[in-house]
Design a protein around this ligand. Structure first.
Ligand code: NDP
Length: 448
């Protein structure tokens, strides 16, 4: 059999030729290819079905124009997309992102990752992702509402509880899901679970907002437990200051960790002695008001550094990048290693450049990939779909218990597939476990 390197190089040549210039997508495909191509080659059913190559072609990509009116009465034109990657094991499922950096390459990488992540949860969820190049920063609440309604005017034709069930992602939170679901309900003339992350009064699940960040910590606890360690007393550097980052920080604080940073696109806030619930609330308030992160009251002991990232600024044995893709480059990773990094747990999707991932591997840092660690959000979205179908709602305690259970199961599945002597390669384990589940379904359907 050809070497793994040759298999990957030949495969990536074909994929690159079909996806010119789609750097994020190619980066995500290559990372999985390194782990699964040898598995596929060794399994004649998978190999004959060309499963992995098929999984790099979305079932379909829906692209559309979004026209809306701003507060000044001017027409604004944006682009919207939905990438329906694979519904091999369930309806397409994945978030919507509103950010100027959104383009088909970014959405294809996210939908591709989502396919494996969703398989890893053990729930019947396919993979998809969507969004728009709309920039919500500085926009009024009414403008956000009009944009969401215009966006849904097109998307509504392509989603539904058995078809495709979007949720939130960057810049799409509970408020936006409210506007999107309201518009869906009006256009489709249906009230059913076509979106998740909804408000509690109209079908949302308890704990969906917290689930991704809390799940990251539950996964981290599983990794540490294998080594007879615990989160209490650990110094954790977190990047980002949105849904995932702030809930990861909240849970870490409650578990007794010292959270030494949060960050956003303006810079990093350092807390040498650790964030407290009070300082976290102050930061959330500043973000909600669109205000500066500088100038916190002295007793909160926060130190804002404009334009910087958290990595390597102060000692931390655990890093949790929770902002966006490729936010940590090779130099950042080396700086973090010099400051004592032992474990990196991804909160964001693909936050490491290939160079950063290599630098961590060279330094022997344990690496837990987003596909496994941030799957708590989509898992609770899966529970929201079930709750919407059988019209019975779980309590916060029940959802939290389910989340812990799912994160433990994801950890154990990835650990079992990724065992390498007495070490665990979580990336390899997550990629292979997710791939196998989707591959078995793809093979069962024949040539389609
Ligand atoms: P939010 O929009 O709530 O927060 C994103 C945060 O990242 C903001 O603080 C933002 O800063 C910061 N950020 C964005 N781009 C950059 C950048 N280029 N440099 C520095 N900071 C940046 O998004 P979420 O917390 O929901 O998502 C964060 C990540 O987690 C994404 O990768 C997402 O795909 C992933 N994820 C989210 C899930 C969820 O349930 N929400 C589920 C699974 C994964 P600013 O405010 O200044 O723009």
């Amino acid at each position: 059999m050809a070497s793994r390197e040759t298999l990957v190089a030949e495969f990536m040549e074909r994929v690159a030729a079909r996806n010119t210039g789609q750097d994020e997508f190619l980066q995500a495909v290559e990372e999985v290819a390194c782990d699964v191509l040898t598995i596929e080659k060794a399994n004649s059913a998978y190999a004959q079905a060309h499963v992995f190559e098929r999984l790099t072609e979305p079932d379909r990509i829906i692209g559309f124009r979004v026209v809306w009116e701003d507060d000044a009465g001017q027409l604004q034109i944006n682009r919207g997309w939905r990438v329906q990657m694979s519904n091999a094991i369930g309806p397409y499922k994945g978030g919507l992102r509103f950010h100027p950096s959104v383009n088909p390459s970014v959405l294809k990488f996210l939908a591709f990752e989502q396919t494996f992540k969703n398989a890893l949860t053990g729930l019947p969820l396919g993979g998809g992702k969507g969004g728009s190049d709309f920039d919500p920063s500085g926009r009024s609440d009414r403008e956000i509402m009009r944009f969401c309604q215009a966006f849904m005017g097109e998307l509504a034709h392509h989603i539904g509880p058995d078809q495709d069930v979007p949720a939130g992602d960057i810049n799409v939170g509970t408020r936006e899901i409210g506007y999107l679901f309201g518009a869906y309900k009006k256009f489709a003339q249906r009230f059913h679970g076509a979106l998740t992350g909804k408000g509690g009064s109209f079908g949302g699940s308890k704990m969906r907002v917290e689930a991704t960040g809390y799940g990251v910590l539950y996964f981290t606890a599983c990794v540490l437990m294998r080594r007879d360690q615990q989160i209490e007393g650990k110094r954790i550097a977190i990047s980002g200051m949105g849904n995932v980052a702030t809930h990861a920080a909240e849970k870490a604080i409650s578990m007794g960790a010292t959270v030494i940073s949060l960050s956003d696109s303006s810079g990093v806030v350092l807390a040498e002695d650790g964030l407290t619930s009070e300082s976290l609330e102050w930061l959330r308030g500043q973000k909600a008001a669109g205000a500066s992160l500088d100038g916190a009251p002295a007793h909160l002991k926060l130190d804002f550094r404009e334009g910087l990232k958290p990595w390597g600024l102060t000692d931390a044995e655990i890093a949790m990048p929770c902002a966006t893709q490729n936010e940590m480059n090779e130099d950042d990773a080396k700086n973090a290693v010099e400051s004592g990094l032992k474990l990196l747990v991804e909160g964001a999707n693909m936050p490491l450049t290939s160079g950063a991932a290599q630098a961590l591997q060279d330094a022997g840092v344990t690496y837990a990939p987003g596909k496994a660690t941030n799957a708590g959000g989509v898992a609770i979205s899966g529970l929201e779909m079930s709750q919407n179908s059988y019209r019975r709602f779980l309590t916060s305690e029940e959802v939290d218990a389910a989340l812990k259970d799912i994160m433990q199961r994801i950890h154990d599945t990835a650990a079992a597939e990724g065992r390498d002597g007495d070490q665990i390669n979580y990336r390899r384990g997550a990629n292979i476990a997710g791939y196998r589940r989707v591959a078995d379904a793809v093979c069962a359907y024949g040539v389609l």
